[in-house]
Design a protein around this ligand. Sequence first.
Ligand SMILES: [Zn+2]
Length: 70
Amino acid sequence: MSIDQRRRVRVDRHQFLEYTTQCPFCNTSVGPRFVTREHLDVPPDPPYAATVKCPKCTEIFEVMFTDAQP
Ligand SMILES: [Zn+2]
């Protein structure tokens, strides 16, 4: 898997909110606390993606919420 692919992970938003998502680089559990930016789609939809900075390895990656994808 390329580094670019690892920088974009698809997760269930509810799992993300419960910190069951793992950093693709070091497997540290990440959640909303480590979001640096939410990507808002057309209102009133919830955010469909977020930028996350891992608290351990400090890698930055995109989390795409599968339940918000068409
Ligand atoms: Zn990490």
